[in-house]
Ligand binder design. Sequence first.
Ligand code: ANZ
Ligand code: ZN
Length: 813
Amino acid sequence: SHRYNPSQVTEYWQHVWEEEGVYDCPDDAEDPTYVLGMFPYTSGALHMGHVRNYAITDAYARYRRMCGDDVLHPMGWDAFGLPAENAAFERDTDPESWTRTCIERMRDELERMGFGYDWSREITTCDPEYYRWNQWLFTQFYDEGLVDYRGAAVNWCPDCETVLADAQVNEVETESGTAEVCWRCETPVGRRELDQWFFTITDYAAELHAGLDDLEGWPEGVRDIQRNWIGRQEGARVTFEIDAPAVDALDGGTVDVFTTRLDTVFGATYLALSPGHDLADAIAAEDEAVAEYVDQVRAADPGEAGMSGVDTGLTATHPLTGEAIPVYVAAYVLDDVGTGAVMGVPAHNERDHAFATEQDLPVEQVIEPIGDATADLPAEPYTDDGMLTASGEYDGLASAAAHEQLQAHEAVESDVTYRLRDWLISRQRYWGTPIPIVHCDECGPVPVPEEDLPVELPEYVQTTGNPLAENEAFVETTCPECGGPAERETDTMDTFVDSSWYFLRYLSPDLADAPFDTEVADEWLPVDVYVGGEEHAILHLLYIRFFTRALADLGLLDAREPVERLVNQGTVLKDGTKMSKSKGNAIAPHEYGAETTRLFVLSAAHPQQDFEWTVKNVRTAYEFQQELYGMVAEFSNDEIETRTESEPHDAYLEREIDRTIAAVSTEYDRFRFHQVVGELRRFARLLRRYRDYESPYRYAYSRALRTLAALVAPIAPYLGEELWHLLGEEGLAASADWPTALHDVDDFRIERELVRNTLDDVRDITDVVDIADPEQIEIVVAQDWKYRAYQIAREADDDTAVVGQIMDDETVR
Ligand code: ANZ
Ligand code: ZN
């Protein structure tokens, strides 16, 4: 019998694909389809997660290419980042050499997997030709007011010696409760106050939130995660007048607070400012006790300051009661939430209650429980809605109604805030894009002019801190504005900046005078399909949305959303847990052969679903390749007898070919590659029975095999080429035309309807199939319908009991 040995053919076909430029995307595309997988971090080795991710994009890209689209399917390297520094440190090399070695290895692995990329568009984020555009975009954002430089208490990992973004801080359970730890090394996170560079993504909070509603091609789960992360809160701003002649200059002597519980306003017994509030600053300038308190909070770790506070001695006028209430500075009031000031309502808010208890402030109940609820005031705050009391003319109103009516008051304005924080991009590390700023004593921070970009990374030296800061030749420079002596910024950018716009660079990878070509980008964007892990639901997938909007506002893009359709591939499990190196249960992508692995990975489950790696199922994938190869080989070697005259039952085969084309195309369109494989298995089974029943009709049978080769090519490209070649077809399967049905496939839809309606009697269904000679092929059809009914029932989400009944029905066995 015929054996297909994939390992013997991979190099040959890779070579041919490259020679023929099969995956090259034309610059002027007529039918542009942009298929993108999240580019890998250059860790040195592909893992099964990568294989699954890229098998999905590759199958889809190949399918669209065969359908006649101009497909862009590029690949590149997310090459900056701390792990390379750590690896270099351990191996006594430098991050650049380490990274380049990793890239060579990974590119080779990707190629052997048979993934078809347009390598002429390869990008590497640690190339100065790439990161200069990070710097350029930074300066554009700077001019646009999207960059902020400010002192901020930051999460600090003492082990990595770097600042961490909020999302890089994980909460873990410990014996004594929960702890905040570094996402990479799990060291408990501390705090530091440093001058930091921010992208003011919060300017886009409202847009980024609202835009989610229109992202219909994104999984609902990801949209929800982003919604929560952005954290839209409806509430009200209330203005308090401050009785402080000395600081009248400040904001007209008023302070705004943000509240989500306007109904509790009559219960406000004090006003509290965050230690970073402008008014707190102004008071601190004149009041030593306040100054001392502010300094003390700044130096403390989060949580350490607890419910501490300081009475400023000033009072605020309550806008509804006219009463004077004390003004505090309190650590629990956060700088960058709402307005940085709160009205303290101890009776109805946990934190305010704790603060009031600590500071001995009055607790005044203004909400009464309704229904079964009870309150235990003043011992415990009552935080639910209820009915207003001690609230003047608003007494007796329910919380919601009171909120509504109170908004009409002149001191109140309805307001929305967002939990989203600005994006802290500063990293005190070497292996990243230098932030293109020069600090001048005279001029302050000055962006590096375009003609001086890129600011290149100096050579690496090993230190425990930030190698850039310790490199005098790098640091010492002159001010671009006044020419005086100045110092270079030594922070590098968060690597998420690199990945926020790389999909645009693929479009014009060699462009020398701009990060991307606006006209080309307008043609290609949004990316048609983006595939990657769900762990990127917030950071990366939010940042690309932010960048796209910012670039649109800079006039560089039309699109305001980067990605039309998002696919989050599920996890590959082994022994019930995620397959990973650290768990010691990893299987290397090539352990079972490239093509077997990708075929198995795609056939195992819906792309979004997790699935378990089992050797048995890998074997099934392997055998499927052998089966197809054997069928085609015996035919092309004339080992089976064929007919040249058609018989009535051949019509059934013709129709099955058409039906399979229609079904498989639909499944490719829906990314249901496991169903593609299911359809192809079914089709192969049917072909085998057809072949064994009587000598096949040569014309129909060869069409069937040709169709099979083409349909399988996107998921098993080497096999596809081998079959194509065996069948004596011209050219390559990878660039062949997608098969088309010869007959109207609508009939099959009608059949499907019938199946759906008469699921309980499969044998009856076979009667309604319009075939030439039903009796002769009854068994074939019955078997086939059984399978098909099962598929359709699953698709229609029908009662599984019904499906089970059909599967068990003796009459169709
Ligand atoms: C008065 C009030 C009364 C509030 C009440 C709540 C309940 P949550 O609670 O998470 O939905 N807030 C506003 N700005 C703040 C800041 N900068 N730092 C700390 N807390 C701040 O968030 C909304 C509430 O958080 C706001 O509503 C405010 O307290 C507090 F019975 O105002 B509330
Ligand atoms: Zn200067």
